[in-house]
Write a protein that binds this ligand. Structure first.
Ligand code: C5P
Length: 406
């Protein structure tokens, strides 16, 4: 993925043991297509060498405001003017305090102060001991820094280098990468509540067997990530899949179609958008056996009666909020052939303004897909691409529809 293609990031390291993670972060930013200029404080150089960071970024590292390599001897101006963003990772408690006071006696704090504040965003990934993190001075400083326009990327929780356990760890490089990528995405759904279903459902036959399907959940998880990147508050109701939860997304794990129905009905109350990506089982065994069904040696197979599951999408689409236009509903159709005809029929049957068709065998478990968007006017194809790329295009398309309908 080239999510950061064309972006130039100044990666600032202040002093802290989390500097060791900055090496991997630098690599991850570059792999995502960014160019990275590393700037280190004197304290950071106690934890990791500029040589390491130079090798990883493929650029000489800056550590001093008196660096004579710049023709005008103004590294703080030059470096801050060419950046699309400045990311301080790790950002120590002391560096936070320095930023807050507008200190300018080392290169990194100087270039943060000198940055054109409206054009060059400042992203902060704090890293410190849990007591330092919880201290009112740190929390007060962070609140003021955010009020001054900085973006706080949060901290992780867990075992700390000092031996204590708690909040204040720097986020992992992959988490920071996701946050930086999200930061550059257009905020098309800022502040909106979005509800998404994903994955298969599992309908129990007995305590050890059940009926499920091959849905991997990848498309729904990609849509959840794309909606969150677009600024939405996202709830993802997921059937049994082992995928990691996208950053910043609230996940509700369910098993059966009825569990999914209940979770969706509860969360649909506040949502402005519902995207039903889940491959919900149409039927479930009429009654699950309390104990494992055993072979009895006669060669007779057990017979099984089925009951139809509730149609989650159709139920939400019929709710007063959806009917009034307060909740925009999108359905999915996984077909094996005649995609347009089946998707159009399904759109009408479900009573939704937009239905997204895809070919089931070509999408289940895959990392890429192709989508056919079917609405009252006709169809529009999103050609084969990664599921995340398609999810971003779909979210952009839906955001336009919501805006047009408002
Ligand atoms: O009826 P069918 O399963 O073909 O419809 C697919 C669409 O309806 C998907 O958006 C799916 O998530 C949704 N659906 C649902 N509840 C069901 C069956 C399907 O929400 N019981």
């Amino acid at each position: 993925m080239n999510d950061l293609a064309g972006k130039h990031v100044v990666l600032g390291l202040s002093g802290g043991i989390a500097c060791y993670k900055a090496a991997e972060l630098c690599r991850a930013l570059i792999k995502a297509g960014a160019s990275v200029q590393v700037v280190m404080t004197e304290a950071a150089a106690q934890f990791i060498t500029p040589v390491t960071m130079q090798a990883l970024s493929n650029r000489p590292v800056y550590t001093s405001q008196w660096d004579v390599r710049e023709h005008n001897n103004m590294a703080h101006i030059n470096l801050s003017r060419e950046a699309d963003a400045i990311l301080i990772a790790p950002c120590s408690a002391d560096f936070i305090a320095r930023l807050l006071h507008g200190r300018a006696d080392d290169l990194l704090s100087l270039l943060c102060l000198a940055r054109p504040i409206a054009q060059v965003p400042l992203l902060i990934a704090p890293a410190m001991n849990r007591e330092m993190w919880a201290h009112p001075a740190t929390q007060r400083n962070l609140a003021q820094l955010q009020a001054d326009g900085a973006t706080l990327l949060g901290v992780g929780s867990g075992f700390q280098a000092c031996g204590e356990t708690g909040d204040g760890r720097m986020l992992e490089p992959q988490e920071l990468l996701e946050d930086v990528i999200a930061f550059f995405q257009p905020q098309r759904l800022a502040g909106q509540q979005v509800l998404i279903t994903a994955g298969p459902t599992y309908e129990a036959i007995d305590p050890v067997r059940g009926i499920t399907n091959l849905s991997s959940g990848k498309m729904g998880f990609a849509i959840a990530r794309a909606a969150r990147e677009a600024g939405a508050q996202v709830t993802l109701v997921a059937g049994p899949v082992g995928l990691p939860t996208p950053r910043g997304v609230t996940r509700v794990d369910v098993r059966s179609a009825r569990d999914m129905f209940e979770a969706v009905m509860q969360h649909a109350q506040a949502a402005a958008l519902f995207v039903a990506t889940a491959a919900v089982a149409d039927w479930r065994p009429a009654s699950a056996a309390a104990q494992k069904i055993k072979k009895d040696g006669t060669g007779q197979c057990p017979s099984m009666a089925f009951t139809e599951n509730p149609d989650i999408l159709a139920s939400v689409a019929q709710s007063p909020r959806a009917q009034s236009g307060a909740l925009f509903c999108v359905g999915f159709a996984a077909e094996s052939h005649d995609l347009l005809a089946h998707a159009s029929a399904k759109r009408a049957r479900k009573g939704v303004p937009l239905l997204v068709g895809n070919i089931g065998p070509a999408t289940f478990g895959q990392d890429d897909n192709a989508l056919l968007l079917v609405d009252e006017h006709g169809a529009h194809e999103l050609p084969r691409a990664s599921k995340l790329e398609l999810a971003r295009q779909l979210i952009a398309n839906i955001a336009d529809r919501i805006r047009a309908a408002a």
